[in-house]
Design a binder for this molecule. Structure first.
Ligand code: COA
Length: 317
């Protein structure tokens, strides 16, 4: 199959947006973690087109600024806050920013993630810890902060957690992510019950592979692997950005007001024949050696600790 075009990978086009009423999310305040790039940006764009005010939180400022600038050219308000969801204080400041700026928060989309392919026996403790803290603890910190805000104000809220089918099937070679996503799913179901009396709904959305530059580089680094995984999916193709945006819109809006504690899968039938990453158990050792060499090289060229603006607290209108 041809490599997906840039537009397909970034979701810059949204042919389905007009299928929903333009006011469906009017004046809602929606927080998307990891929303400066990839699938988070796709969801943020769609929510903004439907009238929502958007707050993005992620570690890298440049993509956040670019996405917010783009959203501000549309009909809505948008802002960002540089955030590391692994840090409970940073996560709770992000949530507070929504209440401070707009006096309300309607929806949280926990989309920030970390993942890479590896032979599990070669992982360092810090590698496992980094992914689990981003995916599981990050989701918990943001969700707890939002829940506290809603319960204190006696206002309703919606949480949408982005997982994937290996949250319940497991998957070879993405063990930290699979372990963390399983935790996120348990958190979703548990809190859906605990917080229903506070009018807080929580659901999970489990997309199969949808082309984004970040995921493709990390998870499908060779054309052979991409093709193998595409063929494994019963529908014979990858997901499309607008398909994710459609389902996310449904799950955060009043269209799904009686749905809580569910995981909805969007994967062309993939998980019924086994999560596609399971195919990685058949790749040759040279594949892993190549990946590890690339990782070592990338680590070698990293800036020294303490020089990253990861925990910068600047905000922007
Ligand atoms: N293979 C093995 N170990 C890896 C790895 C890889 N490809 N990438 C990172 N690690 C290890 C590092 O070596 C480090 O462990 P060490 O200190 O024992 O060497 C640990 O993981 C943390 O990596 P580091 O790069 O310092 O953390 P970070 O916070 O800068 O990056 C990641 C976090 C690794 C998850 C990075 O991929 C990331 O920022 N991802 C965000 C986006 C993302 O992954 N989205 C999901 C798309 S599917």
């Amino acid at each position: 199959m041809a490599t997906p075009s840039d537009k397909t990978r970034t979701g810059a086009e949204d042919p389905h947006a007009e299928l929903f009423g333009p006011g469906l999310l009017k004046d809602r305040v929606i927080l998307v973690t990891g929303g400066g790039t990839g699938l988070g940006r796709t969801m943020a764009r769609r929510f903004a087109r439907l009238g929502a005010r958007i707050l993005l939180g992620a570690r890298r400022e440049e993509p956040l600024r670019e996405t917010v600038d783009e959203l501000l050219r549309g009909p809505t308000e948008a802002a960002y806050r540089v955030t590391d969801v692994r840090d409970p204080e940073s996560a709770s400041k992000l949530v507070e920013e929504a209440f401070r700026r707009w006096g309300r928060l309607d929806v949280v989309v926990n989309n920030a993630a970390g993942n890479f392919l590896a032979r599990t026996e070669r992982l360092s403790p810090n590698a496992f810890d980094t992914v689990v803290r981003t995916v599981l603890m990050g989701t918990f910190y943001v969700t707890q902060a939002a829940g506290r805000g809603w319960i204190e104000r006696q206002e309703p809220g919606v949480v949408l957690n982005i997982v994937t089918s290996y949250a319940w099937t497991g998957a070879a070679h993405v063990v930290p992510s699979a372990s963390a996503k399983a935790g996120v799913l348990a958190l979703t179901r548990s809190l859906a019950v605990e917080w229903a009396r506070h009018r807080i709904r929580l659901n999970a959305l489990a997309p199969g592979p949808i082309p984004t530059p970040g995921a493709w580089e990390r998870l499908l680094p060779t054309p052979e692997l991409e093709e193998r995984i595409r063929r494994h999916i019963p529908s014979g193709r990858f997901g499309r950005h607008e398909e994710l945006a459609d389902l996310a819109t449904f799950l955060v809006s009043d269209l799904s007001s009686f749905i809580t504690g569910q995981v909805i899968t969007l994967d062309g039938g993939e998980w019924l024949v086994g999560n596609a990453f399971q195919a990685l158990r058949e790749v040759p050792e040279s594949f892993w050696e190549g990946l590890e060499a690339r990782h070592r090289e990338a680590r070698g060229s990293r800036p020294p600790p303490g020089t990253s603006p990861d925990t910068d607290q600047r905000t922007r209108p």
